[in-house]
Each structure stands twice: as structure tokens, then as C-alpha cells.
Write a protein that binds this ligand. Structure first.
Ligand code: PDD
Length: 291
């Protein structure tokens, strides 16, 4: 069964899928994308992904290429044609193809849309993922990472730095020594207040400095239900190093407990009890959407 991609209205073999060399995504990274996870054939938290894609398009003043209804149909068709039980659907929309000129095309061109699907191996038990090792590195991105733009060069370099350090992810640090997020995931720590004993989850607030992840959004909603205390403020690298537990969240890898940062073990070096509770609740959140 060959892989099939959707490109500007056509379903084509992935190996032959093409966009023009003057597509503004190719030349200027002038576009946005989203990644929707599929578990047991079900699109997880789907509407939140389309909301975010539409918001990114509006922020960049790129026309919506198709209606939400058409988009959901195309995404489903791609998942079906590629027989994706567990994996992701990737959607990319750019400002379209036009003679190279930085400003928007004077004569409007239709936005270009590509949709692909990919199988991913999920852990047998979603509540028991592998731990990861993390390094820290400078956050060198533009000032609007809240827009899920396809301009990902700093993220690419950060992820490569992690790979070269035999780590899985780089958590990005701003000029105030605060962790904003990972190169492709939101970053969290768990701290127990030494005086009150209260457990607090900390993650950067969803302002313009981070991407408001959909898994992050789901966890914030679950926190209310489970009465976890979330402190949406930045944490410093020092706080991270002395945290009781740490984990990251993303649609590609769901929740991944952190074993070490820059070679130093976090907490016990095992998945901590609070992270495990969150993993269990998130696995239930997914299961409740799968028929
Ligand atoms: N990355 N922060 C960044 C910079 C990201 O790239 C991502 C997702 C997240 C988590 O967002 P979500 O929970 O919606 O997946 C946070 C995707 C998976 C990617 O680029 O492949």
C-alpha cells in the first residue's frame, strides 16, 4: 500500500507529491502547521488543533484554504488511505505560490495545503512511556512562538544539539534563565512545597513566548478535575535542577517523564508519583475519546 498525501486538492502517492519551488513556505517559511494525534483510529482533541491552525492563519493573514468541515474530511481520508491506527496527521498551510518577493503577493494567490499521515509506535500502555534525557539550550526563536509557524530553524538546531548530546530533547532557556518550553514539547516540573507539603505543577504561562500545546491544554483541564495545583509561571533552570519530578507534553510523544537534565538526575530518576498520576489521567482522557 503506497503512502498517499493530499496536495492542493489532490490525493497523490507520497513519493510523487510536490509543491512548486516558489511556494512561499519553501522560500520564506511563510506558513503554519499542526499535528493531530491518532490513537486507535481516533483523532484526539481534534477541534483544539483546528482552532489553533485557524488562529495561526488569522494571525498571519493567510486565507483558510478549505472550510473546517472539508479539512476534517481530508484529514480523515488521509488517515484512512494510509491505514493509520496510531500515529499523526500533519497539516501545513502556506501563503501559496508566487514570484519571490518578501511582501504578500499583490495579486492574491490561493493558499497551499498539504496533508500527510504517519504511523507512530505507541507504548503498549500509554501510562507507561519511556523516560527521556533532556539538555538545556538558549531559546533563539522569534518573538511569536505562540504561532505554530513552519519557521523552525532554532527548534531544529536545538533538537540536533540534544541528539548530539545523546539526549532526547532540548528545553529552551530565555535571557532570564527561565525555561520557556522544549524544542517540540511543553515543559513541566513538579515541586513539593517544603513547608505546606503541597504539590505544585509548574509550566510557562501560555503567552506569546510559548506554543500553547494541546496536550498542555488537556492537562490544565484535567488539573481542575483532579484538583492538581498548577502554577502557570516560568521556572528557572535552578528550579528545574532541584525539582522533584519533570515531564514534557506534546501530541507526537504525549507525556514523557524526564530522567535527567544536562546529565544530572531529576528526583529519584524514576517516573515520580505525581507524573504517574498525570499519565494515568491523560491515558483515561485519551481512552474516553476512543470508541
Ligand atoms: N510539536 N511546543 C512546541 C515548540 C512544539 O513544537 C509542540 C508540538 C508543543 C506541544 O504542542 P502539542 O501538545 O499541541 O503537540 C509545544 C509538534 C508535535 C511538532 O512540531 O511535531
Amino acid at each position: 500500500m503506497p503512502r498517499i498525501a493530499y496536495v492542493n486538492g489532490r490525493y497523490v502517492p507520497h513519493a510523487h507529491a510536490q509543491v512548486g519551488i516558489e511556494d512561499r513556505g519553501y522560500q520564506f517559511a511563510d506558513g503554519v502547521y499542526d499535528v493531530v494525534p491518532i490513537v486507535k483510529g481516533t483523532f484526539i482533541d481534534e477541534d483544539w488543533h483546528w482552532d489553533r491552525l485557524e488562529r495561526g492563519l488569522a494571525e498571519l493573514r493567510i486565507d483558510q484554504p478549505v472550510s473546517r468541515k472539508a479539512l476534517t474530511m481530508i484529514a480523515r481520508r488521509i488517515a484512512k488511505m494510509n491505514m493509520i491506527e496510531n500515529g499523526i496527521v500533519y497539516v501545513q498551510v502556506t501563503r501559496g505560490e508566487a514570484p519571490r518577493d518578501h511582501k504578500f503577493p499583490a495579486k492574491p494567490v490561493p493558499p497551499a495545503m498539504v496533508v500527510t499521515g504517519r504511523h507512530l509506535k505507541m507504548p503498549d500502555d500509554l501510562a507507561k512511556p519511556q523516560m527521556i534525557d533532556v539538555i538545556t539550550g538558549p531559546d533563539q526563536r522569534w518573538a511569536r512562538p505562540d504561532i505554530k509557524s513552519i519557521s523552525l530553524l532554532p527548534n531544529v538546531l536545538a533538537k540536533q544539539a540534544a541528539a548530539e548530546a545523546n539526549a532526547y530533547e532540548t528545553w529552551l532557556v530565555n535571557e532570564r534563565n527561565e525555561v520557556t518550553e522544549g524544542s517540540s514539547a511543553n515543559a513541566w516540573i513538579v515541586r513539593r512545597d517544603p513547608e505546606s507539603g503541597r504539590v505544585i505543577l509548574k509550566t510557562h504561562q501560555s503567552d506569546q513566548a510559548i506554543l500553547k500545546g494541546i496536550v498542555r491544554t488537556a492537562l490544565v483541564a484535567l488539573a481542575e478535575k483532579h484538583q492538581w495545583s498548577i502554577d502557570e509561571t516560568p521556572f528557572t533552570v535552578d528550579e528545574l535542577m532541584s525539582a522533584d519530578e519533570a515531564f514534557q507534553s506534546s501530541s507526537g510523544n504525549m507525556i514523557r517523564p524526564v530522567r535527567s537534565v544536562n546529565g544530572s538526575t531529576i528526583g529519584s530518576g524514576e517516573t515520580g508519583p505525581v507524573t504517574q498520576e498525570i499519565l494515568n489521567a491523560f491515558a483515561d482522557h485519551i481512552a474516553s475519546q476512543c470508541s
